[in-house]
Write a protein that binds this ligand. Structure first.
Ligand SMILES: Cc1cc2nc3c(=O)[nH]c(=O)nc-3n(C[C@H](O)[C@H](O)[C@H](O)COP(=O)(O)OP(=O)(O)OC[C@H]3O[C@@H](n4cnc5c(N)ncnc54)[C@H](O)[C@@H]3O)c2cc1C
Length: 408
């Protein structure tokens, strides 16, 4: 009987894993919560991906693709899913986790005002049908995503009033120099920066408040500038979606899933690839996905051929973590009445006195609302150093109908 290999996430990492696993006789099943494969960067499927990656989409006929299917939890050999056809349990012999990352939001006065969005959030809306032409936008926070999104917004006709990066200029220049070994990234950065040449750029600066009547109208910066705007896109980098890996008992290190050279986690037969093992972008996701797909199907020779590229990708990921490390001043932005958990309206002052995430949940309902802590858990981890004691089923908010799966 052929091996059941299940891959969670059809972004670059999951697609690459599926591609290399499909070279074997394994029975490959790829799962994603969205309709189309492509993940965060290729939202919209094959049309959104560059030519050189079209083969990753073409292969979907060779495997089973469960789209619009949400993985809610797992045990040693089964995944629990909410699918359009109802709840399902799916058995696996090998599992590759490629379920990506999400944006980190940090609280500051006014961050809950309408039209204050995550950088990736505004990007997604604009890739949908939000009309941004002629709108004044401030793009702020940290990381290369700011430059990419500011450039995309400009292409869609937005007036990018300022690009505000918290990392100091020296660190940014160091990051630029570290790109020397990555010609494709230099090209990408150069194109984005060229399109932003007339955009005011403030390094070593951050948003201290968003202000407005009913929606954001003005942003105040740490350099004492105030800028009028229609939108503030603010993101502080990405955090890995580690909940499923944690539920399966995989060891984490610095907020990422720990893997060996064949992308195997601390749990036998469970592999991880892409943003989940360290934020590193599309190239890292693809290399790691390929290695995971080969290793999980026993093709260690093919996996080892990619070791050099894997090491390079991991170095790049290290550079990102170091050069865009968040500065301690950002922990002082929230005021006593600034909401940290926006689902349950929990202000900063109620959390300051709590010793842990668990206590905060029990005493204040922080993280117990609609998003189930997907936003505030990252913030409280940064602000107070809280980690999660345990990750329970379901890992995502779910309807009662989907919960009935436990009885099947
Ligand atoms: C909001 C956002 C915007 C970004 N924009 C850019 C950009 O403009 N340019 C750029 O170079 N990089 C961008 N990045 C980074 C880029 O997306 C990643 O480097 C790259 O996509 C990593 O690929 P991945 O396969 O590891 O993860 P992802 O692309 O995130 O893919 C993970 C996939 O897993 C699926 N998934 C997650 N959890 C579950 C679950 N429980 N059940 C089922 N499916 C699940 C998701 O739907 C997703 O399709 C962005 C990242 C984010 C978070």
């Amino acid at each position: 009987m052929s091996l059941n290999l299940v891959i969670v996430g059809a972004g670059p990492a999951g697609l690459a894993a599926a591609w290399s696993a499909s070279q074997s006789k394994a029975n490959v099943i790829l799962i994603d919560q969205y309709d189309q494969a492509g993940g965060q960067i290729w939202r919209g499927g094959a049309n959104a991906a560059p030519k050189r990656y079209q083969h990753l989409f073409a292969q979907q006929t060779k495997l089973r693709y469960l789209n619009k299917s949400h993985v809610l939890g797992a045990n040693d050999d089964h995944l629990f899913l909410a699918t359009p056809n109802g709840p399902q349990q799916l058995a696996f012999d090998r599992l590759i986790l490629a379920n990506g990352a999400r944006e980190l939001f940090l609280p500051f006065p006014g961050w809950t005002l309408p039209k204050v969005l995550g950088v990736g959030g505004l990007q997604a809306l604009v890739k949908g049908d939000l009309q941004i032409a002629g709108k004044n936008v401030v793009v702020a926070g940290s990381g290369p995503l700011l430059v990419a999104v500011a450039s995309q917004l400009k292409q869609r006709g937005a007036i990018v009033k300022a690009l505000v990066e918290q990392a100091p200029l020296g660190q940014l220049l160091g990051f630029g120099r570290s790109l020397a070994g990555y010609p494709s990234k230099i090209m990408q950065a150069a194109q984005s920066l060229a399109s932003l040449r007339n955009t005011p750029f403030y390094p070593n600066t951050w948003v201290v408040a968003a202000e407005g009547n009913g929606a954001v109208q003005q942003v105040r910066l740490s350099n004492h500038h105030s800028i009028e705007c229609d939108y503030l896109a603010c993101g502080w980098g990405l955090i890995a979606n580690t909940e499923l890996a944690q539920q399966l008992g995989c060891t984490l290190k610095h907020g990422s899933v720990l893997v060996d050279r064949s992308q195997q986690t601390s749990v036998n037969h469970i592999y991880a690839a892409g943003e989940l093992t360290g934020i590193g972008g599309e190239d890292k996701a693809i290399i790691e996905g390929q290695i995971a797909g080969f290793a999980a199907t026993g093709n260690y020779h093919a996996a080892s051929q990619l070791a050099h590229k894997q090491a390079q990708a991991r170095q790049f990921s290290q550079q990102l973590a170091t050069r865009f490390a968040l500065r301690p001043e950002l922990k002082q932005l929230a005021q006593a009445n600034t909401l940290v958990c926006r689902c349950e309206d929990v202000p900063f002052e109620q959390l300051q006195t709590q010793p842990s995430w668990r206590n905060a949940k029990l005493q204040t309902r922080c993280g117990m609302g609609m998003c189930q802590g997907r936003v505030c858990s990252g913030a409280t981890q940064y602000l107070f150093g809280w980690g999660q004691d345990s990750v329970r089923f379901p890992i995502h908010p779910v309807s009662v109908a989907d919960l009935l799966m436990e009885s099947i």
